[in-house]
Ligand binder design. Sequence first.
Ligand code: DGY
Length: 321
Amino acid sequence: MEKPKVLITRQLPDEILDSYRDRLEFDVWEDEHTPIPESMLKEKSRKVDGMLTMLTDPIDESLIRNSQNLKIVANLAVGYDNVDVHAAKKHGVAVTNTPDVLTETTADLTFGLLLSSARRIVEAQKYIEEGKWEHWSPLLLAGKEVHHKTIGIFGMGRIGEAVARRAKGFGMQILYHNRSRKTEAEETLGASYVSFDELLNQSDFVLSMAPLTEDTYHIFNKAAFEKMKSDAIFINTSRGKTMDEKALFDAVKSGVIAGAGLDVFENEPIDPSHPLLGLDQVVCLPHIGSASIETRHRMMELCLDNIVRCFEGKKLLTPVQ
Ligand code: DGY
């Protein structure tokens, strides 16, 4: 019997792919760093039964409509805002994502970004590299304390809760805002549910941990930053479009808030000349939230397991609809 043909839109390690070659035939875009051009993506998707996609691939209605044999899109991310899931449903194409396997790793990075921003770690490294360190001095690169401060988590999903567990270890007061109450987190972590405005004006660290939807687009805007404490730090490891980058730049530049730690941007990759990168109080990372080798391998395997199960007529492990 012919094996289902699967387009993989980025080069993945052979050690992962090899264990699936007996069940799937791959057409791999052999580039590890550059996304497949959109025209090529559309052309290739017409000839395959399944796709393993990246968050950089726009999977829109026209692609889905024109891909007659397509049965599944397995997206290598927990977020799936790059996929038109309604169109997929309409055309009978399954969509899967990679929750759970990346939760703790993304929470680690989020907390690392919070610590780096508060304690000026990146700025301190630059300080040494630029040959500025001549003496120890009492307030040299003195930053903000993290322990026992108040963390405000917007989006208390799996990753939000994992960040809250880390915050508990730092003796922090945990506030959260979410579509629904998380009673277990309230009981086990002592997290308190607050309104969005209360989250903004009571937190020392405000974290965007929510997926990008119509409701969360630019929810962190000028008005939101103005409600935050002037010594607060904003952290975003979910999606760049939850924040208005221009408003964030203005807020940090003018001292409306103290700083930011960002792993995601409105347009990725961020241009190296972007004004946000010129601010010492802003730590910027290239969307590496879940990027540990073990986690990325687990994400790849989860995508491939979903694809195999789809063609074997089995229940998908992590469907998004
Ligand atoms: C996700 O999974 O959505 C992250 O942004 C990438 O790991």
